[in-house]
Ligand binder design. Structure first.
Ligand code: FES
Length: 185
């Protein structure tokens, strides 16, 4: 039995849980009796969200702590993200050591640019140059300190052989009303 006090992954969602949380699957929700209301169906359906699948890099080409930029889900400046290999396993991490993650590069407070502020050795992004928010890249981009109240949007990753594939975004990208509404339109 695992002692959670000693488990370095305690508090980090497993990859399977992470994918469940991503909202990328169609979910049928059956309401418990105490939440049912007249006129409301007993079973509700969430709309499936379809993100593109896009190869964004190769495991064999990543170096520890060296961020690689890519655009996803759109070819747009706000869709600039960083793929990075950390020194430790991370929530949503892929690769043999579950330490390869990707995040959007705009601070969720007021859109401050975090390019150049991804630190793989410490597993953090920031401090943001505007108001100093810092995000934890090992725990789904949650805020460590600063003004932002929302975590950094995490790019959901899968691997196929050596390929690293972006399959979705967990969290709303700053400046978007929807991650899937084309900002170039
Ligand atoms: S814009 Fe990043 S902390 Fe304000």
């Amino acid at each position: 039995m695992t002692d959670k006090r000693c488990d370095p992954m305690a508090g980090i969602a497993s990859r399977r849980d992470f994918l469940k949380l991503s909202g990328s699957a169609l979910v049928a929700l059956t309401l418990p009796p105490h939440l049912r209301r007249p006129g409301l169906p007993a079973r509700l359906y969430a709309r499936q969200v379809e993100y593109p699948r896009q190869v964004i890099g190769r495991l064999s080409e990543l170096e520890f702590g060296q961020p690689v930029s890519f655009n996803y889900p759109w070819d747009h400046p706000a869709s600039t993200n960083f793929l990075i290999k950390l020194n430790e396993p991370a929530g949503g991490g892929v690769g043999p050591d579950q330490n390869v993650v990707a995040f959007n590069s705009l601070c969720t407070h007021q859109g401050g640019p975090l390019a150049g502020q991804f630190h793989g050795d410490r597993g953090v992004a920031g401090p943001c140059p505007l108001h100093l928010t810092t995000f934890d890249l090992t725990r789904h981009g949650m805020v460590i300190s600063g003004h932002a109240t929302l975590g950094l949007p995490q790019i959901i990753l899968e691997t196929e052989g050596d390929d690293i594939i972006a399959t979705g975004v967990l969290g709303l990208i700053f400046g978007y009303h929807s991650n899937l509404a084309d900002p170039n339109a």
